[in-house]
Design a protein around this ligand. Structure first.
Ligand code: FES
Length: 186
């Protein structure tokens, strides 16, 4: 009888060892599986040099007259470029910060010495519509800048939110002038 119970106890132990081994093997295989699956994903997250080059674009501004605007596409987003008139610049500069929902001076939204050029991402900060105001015939809203008809957000000549549900000013993308008449976005 004693032998039988020993055999049973040993058998039990063997079974547990085997189960532990199977469990350990599963965990090791599982971890290797994650590592293999993660590699293509991590590799995908590192864009190649040619993709990075496409991440910025240059635009020649030399043919734009004061009051004109163009929309370019950068990283699948519309970017508004407007060459502001002297009146539009004055209008933007004289607004007290206390009147603004998202207080930001006009000088902080343009490059020093280049305040006739406004470069912004043309996506309403409310729910992402593209505001009107780029075409001569577009409504520019109550503040002479851009108007988002989706829910009635009005932006001024600096692209700052002045009225309506949008919480923030139109976003300024990273950009720089590479010479007097060329802008590089991104
Ligand atoms: S998306 Fe522009 S006002 Fe709602």
């Amino acid at each position: 009888m004693a032998d039988t119970s020993t055999t049973t106890a040993e058998g039990h132990e063997h079974e547990e060892d085997r189960r532990d081994f199977l469990l350990t093997s599963t965990i090791v295989v599982g971890a290797a599986g994650v590592a293999l699956a993660a590699w293509p994903f991590i590799d995908f997250m590192n864009p190649s040099a040619d993709v990075l080059a496409l991440a910025s674009l240059e635009f020649d501004l030399s043919s734009m007259e004061p009051g004109q605007a163009v929309t370019v596409t950068w990283r699948n987003k519309p970017v508004f470029i407007r060459r502001r008139t002297a009146a539009e610049i004055d209008e933007a500069k004289k607004v007290p910060l206390s009147d603004l929902k998202d207080p930001q001076a006009d000088a902080d939204r343009v490059k020093e010495g280049k305040d006739e050029w406004l470069v912004m991402i043309g996506i309403c900060t409310h729910l992402g519509c593209i505001p009107a105001g780029q075409k001569v015939t577009d409504s520019k809203g109550e503040f002479g800048g851009w108007f988002c008809p989706c829910h009635g957000s009005h932006y001024d000549t600096s692209g700052r939110i002045r009225k309506g549900p949008a919480p923030r000013n139109l976003e300024i993308p990273p950009y720089a002038f590479t010479n007097d008449t060329t802008v590089r976005i991104g």
